[in-house]
Design a protein around this ligand. Structure first.
Ligand SMILES: [Zn+2]
Ligand SMILES: [Zn+2]
Length: 321
């Protein structure tokens, strides 16, 4: 069963963002049922600041069950409110506090990554925003210390909405350079590329050659080791629109060819991919995992019924300051 699940995904680590509303034990079983080989979760309410000080009941069983099923790495998606690039000091400090809490809780989950949106400079300007971010990363690392099982802090590219920082590869390079200058241990930091955000930012990743070129540039300009995870999402926002609207795999404007390029590119064989497609808690987690398997097997992506396109949108808060 384990081998079969992995083989159907070309041996890759691919999973979904798992809603934990059903409880940790059922969530772990859901990961098994849908054939995931990796999972992402929120460790707490993604639209609130307050982090629960204590780990939830059942966390050890959750971690052990996933390990037993060979499902991992686990990624924690941090609160959407976090913004390390903005000008408001109180907001910035809360963001630092929240990420410290997420990293510590991530360790309890056995997570390899805490994923966070890069943030928004809010009129400070891109360079100053990146400076604030680098200082924040340094402060977070100073506070969490060097416990051996702390997750890596993974910064996610943006679609460039509003004053969003990090929508171009050049931004990511600059973030890395600025982090080095600020004394950040960059081996404990990395990047997540969200395919829908790349598309929104103007990278035409519906074309496999463009995907190849983009990955080549990432490796040449940043270094291969810094690509820690992918968010695999199709998009319903136009190319270069700087908007972020996730769509079912192969059913959006990136489409099956582009999605297949990410799912089969040899460069990405060891980079875990997490789906954040619509309707995760309405059964579409299984639907999209099946669509992934079919694209990997090159057996096309079946048409979805109209109901699949009128699901409530995933929440991508813009409340950052
Ligand atoms: Zn994402
Ligand atoms: Zn998104």
């Amino acid at each position: 069963m384990l081998a079969r699940r992995s083989a159907a995904l070309g041996g890759r680590r691919i999973g979904t963002h798992l809603p934990l509303g059903v409880g940790l034990a059922r969530a772990a079983e859901r990961a098994r049922v849908i054939g995931a080989t990796a999972v992402q979760v929120f460790a707490d309410n993604p639209t609130a600041w307050r982090r629960k000080p204590d780990a939830p009941a059942g966390i050890d069983a959750f971690r052990d069950r996933l390990a037993e099923l060979d499902i991992g790495p686990i990624a924690i998606h941090a609160s959407y409110l976090v913004n390390l690039c903005g000008r408001d000091d109180a907001f910035w400090q809360r963001s630092v506090d929240t990420l410290v809490a997420e990293l510590r809780m991530g360790e309890r989950y056995g997570a390899s990554f805490v994923n966070v949106h890069i943030g928004s400079h809010r009129g400070l300007g891109r360079a100053a925003g990146i400076g604030r971010l680098a200082t924040g990363l340094r402060e977070i690392q100073d506070r969490v210390g060097r416990a051996p099982h702390l997750p890596a802090l993974v910064l996610e590219n943006s679609a460039g909405t509003g004053d969003g920082v990090g929508c171009r590869l050049e931004d990511l390079t600059e973030i890395l350079e600025e982090a080095v200058r600020a004394g950040v241990d960059i081996e404990r930091v990395g990047f997540c590329l969200d395919t829908a955000h790349l598309w929104g930012a103007g990278y035409p990743v519906d074309d496999p050659d463009e995907v190849d070129r983009l990955l080549g540039r990432f490796d040449a300009e940043l270094g291969a080791g810094y690509l820690r995870m992918l968010h695999l999402n199709d998009s319903r926002a136009p190319l270069g629109s700087r908007r972020d609207r996730h769509e079912h795999i192969g059913a959006g404007l990136i489409g099956g060819r582009g999605m297949t390029a990410f799912l089969t590119h040899p460069r990405l064989a060891d980079v875990p991919a997490y789906l954040e497609t619509p309707g995760m808690d309405a059964g579409y987690d299984a639907v999209n995992m099946e669509r992934v398997r079919r694209l990997i097997a090159r057996s096309g992506s079946p048409r979805l019924l109209a109901a699949a396109f009128s699901l409530p949108r995933e929440r991508h808060a813009r409340k950052t300051r």
